[in-house]
Design a protein around this ligand. Structure first.
Ligand code: KG4
Ligand code: ZN
Length: 371
């Protein structure tokens, strides 16, 4: 299959995703007029399997993906009411992520490709997230994206389906990882983000002042590791002073933590938009993706910053903000117009930065490589 051969044809793509703790398969169809429809999108979360361990256990995740991915494919085909024969091409997350899970997906996709002769595209998981606003809102290139999830945190200028510029990102943990850790510290459920958000609703964000990491540093890099430590110390201090944690203490700590993350993300977004606006003077578009974008206070603050700087704000629906296979199939649809398929040498890449020209960000989070 040569590059560009798929342009202006009806096209059906089966996507697979298994880079963290969600096993997913989806079928997308592009009509000759260019419109794209999600025929099915199956996501099976492994949250229950990892609950007892307080975080994602890579070996358990890999085994679960290997056991359930083919069932996801069968369900995706059934929901789309399509036989596999009508799928034109396969797309699979080939990284970055937890290596065992990525290998499970790549092996399954290679197997289907070898058995059916269908072309295979290895997709960067981050490209899937970054291109989602085009699938959901038809957003035109270029745009600025903030990807905030359990494993990722970066500002990307999305220039085309295979050209990304990273303006900044976390130098240690991802914000979702921090939410999950705070929930563990306070004895709340996992995933921590929704639990902390609910608990924070009745809290007073002003009772415990927490730091706003890296605001004293120029640019739009972020850090959440020190904030986690500050919350740990705060919890221990409250326990020491009052003999335990009351519900109101928990709520006030959650509210203080959420306020800090919100302030930092809002200010760094303001800076990223300023940097981006200097590059692109026309009306800028600012998009968010990732599970943390589900947080109402964070989302509202980002929308406000966007409005203040005159940028259009795009937030894909939550089911397509979090990990899914529709975004992987869609990224392949875009890349198929410019590149040839991968072959059987396609390998899983635990680390795979989108912007190859920028220096690698530090650290590897519990939920996978941040890239
Ligand atoms: O994008 P996602 O589903 O998976 C990856 O990490 O790639 O994001 C999951 C992360 C978890 O850390 C979860 O705690 C966080 O997103 N999250 C939230 C909220 N909902 C999910 N964080 C803050 N507030 C929320 N409402
Ligand atoms: Zn993700």
């Amino acid at each position: 299959m040569q590059r560009g051969e798929w342009v202006a044809q009806a096209l059906t793509v089966l996507g697979l995703e298994s880079s963290c703790d969600d096993s997913a398969a989806a079928i997308l169809r592009r009509s000759p007029d260019g419109s794209v429809e999600i025929l099915s999108s199956v996501v099976k979360s492994q949250t229950d399997l990892h609950a007892a361990f307080g975080g994602v256990v890579p070996e358990i995740a890999a085994r679960a993906h290997a056991e359930i991915l083919d069932i996801c494919v069968e369900e995706a085909l059934a929901q789309a009411n399509l036989p596999l024969a009508e799928v034109d091409a396969l797309a699979v997350t080939a990284g970055p992520g937890l290596i065992g899970g990525v290998v499970s997906g790549v092996m399954l996709a290679k197997g289907i490709s070898a058995a059916t002769g269908k072309p295979l595209y290895g997709i960067n998981h981050l490209a899937g997230h970054a291109l989602t606003p085009r699938l959901t809102h038809g957003t035109a290139y270029p745009y600025l994206m903030l990807l905030i999830s359990g494993g990722h945190c970066q500002f990307l200028v999305v220039k085309s389906a295979d050209s990304f510029e990273r303006l900044g990102g976390t130098i240690d943990d991802a914000p979702g990882e921090a939410f999950d850790k705070i929930a563990r510290l306070l004895g709340l459920d996992q995933p921590g983000g929704p639990a902390v958000e609910i608990c924070a609703r009745s809290g007073d964000p002003a009772r415990f002042p927490l730091p706003r990491p890296l605001l004293d540093r120029d640019g739009c890099d972020l850090s959440f590791s020190g904030l986690k430590t500050a919350v740990l110390r705060l919890r221990d201090r409250v326990v020491e002073e009052t003999g335990g944690l009351r519900l109101s203490d928990r709520a006030d700590i959650c509210a203080a933590f959420q306020a800090s993350v919100t302030d930092v993300l809002a200010e760094k977004t303001r800076r990223a938009l300023t940097i981006y606006a200097a590059e692109k003077p026309q009306t800028a578009t600012f998009c968010v993706a990732g599970g943390v974008a589900a947080n109402a206070s964070i989302r509202a603050a980002l929308e406000t910053v966007s409005a203040e700087t005159g940028a259009d704000f795009v937030a894909p629906p939550l089911a397509l903000c979090t990990d899914n296979a529709a975004m992987i199939a869609y990224a392949a649809m875009e890349q198929m117009t410019t590149r040839a398929p991968d072959d059987m040498t396609l390998s899983a890449r635990p680390r795979w930065p989108l912007d190859q020209s920028s220096p690698a960000m530090l650290g590897g989070g519990k939920k996978g490589a941040k890239a």
